[in-house]
Design a protein around this ligand. Structure first.
Ligand code: DGL
Length: 271
């Protein structure tokens, strides 16, 4: 049955907005409930246990809205927590790593792919595994870029500081024969101008947002759960940190006015 229930999207901060924007574009009738854990970002340097615990807390919070589908729009959380979350809920759970890997395989011509992500994502080797599961002969060069997420959370998307961080982090990858580069952290598309200008026109940047939105669309279609209302939905945004900064970045990225509800974490339930 067509369903007006929302799609819940979570991330450690503003990064998942890159996925939310693509969901809004591909599925304009769907209502989104977004949670950015900005008080505890970045997740990248944290332990797997901590990331699982935080992700479970966010999902527990989002379940009160009875979403029909959950998107873990965070590579770091997808890499370590998706199986825990699938065991916790009875709705479909979509991560961003398999869609990102699929998009890269579609794009590469020489079979040599670069992956950048947080320390947690790169350590997990989740992209290597996802890419090789689809196409075993793919060659992968990976690099953690821990300086990128704090820049994005401060809203520093362009300029000298960004260009310097990008050139320092990606100098090694530039020497490799990759023909596409997976932005394996949902925060990184905010920096794509600088990354593109450093890597040059021969390296295609791959964001998982597009393919993730397509997967959401396919899953809801097959379950007969696509929304059918003619009215445009009102999306809802929650964050655990500074709502003013979140709103500023979200409005700039989404190009629309939004309201943000701050959430203060109480004593954690999952220890
Ligand atoms: N946006 C997230 C990701 O895709 C997490 C970044 C972080 O909090 O370190 O990995």
């Amino acid at each position: 049955m067509p369903s007006s229930q929302a799609i819940a999207i979570l991330d450690s901060g503003v990064g998942g907005l890159t996925v939310a924007k693509e969901v809004m574009r591909q599925l304009p009738q769907e209502q989104i409930i977004y949670f950015g854990d900005t008080a505890r970002t970045p997740y990248g340097p944290r332990s797997a246990n901590e990331i699982v615990k935080f992700t479970m807390e966010i999902v527990d919070y989002l379940l009160q809205f009875q979403p029909k589908l959950l998107v873990i729009a965070c590579n770091t959380a997808t890499a370590v927590a998706i199986d825990h979350i699938r065991a916790m809920v009875s709705i479909p759970v979509i991560g961003v790593i398999t869609p990102g890997a699929r998009a890269a395989i579609k794009s590469t011509r020489n079979g040599i792919i670069g992956v950048i992500g947080t320390a947690g994502t790169i350590r997990s080797e989740a992209y290597d595994q996802a890419l090789k599961r689809i196409s075993p002969s793919i060659q992968v060069y990976s690099k953690a870029c821990p300086s990128f997420v704090p820049l994005v959370e401060r809203g520093v998307f362009y300029g000298e500081e960004t260009d310097l961080a990008v050139s320092e982090a990606l100098a090694g990858l530039k020497e490799t024969p990759i023909d596409c580069l997976i932005l394996g952290c949902t925060h990184y598309p905010f920096l794509s101008e600088s990354i593109h200008s450093f890597m040059g026109p021969d390296v295609t940047l791959i964001s998982s947002a597009d393919e993730t939105a397509r997967e959401i669309s396919t899953v809801l279609y097959h379950r007969g759960q696509l929304a059918e209302s003619q009215e445009l939905p009102i999306h809802r945004f929650f964050c655990s940190g500074d709502p003013v900064m979140f709103q500023r970045i979200a409005q700039m990225w989404l190009n629309e006015h939004i309201t943000v509800t701050p959430v203060v974490w109480q004593v954690p339930r999952f220890i």
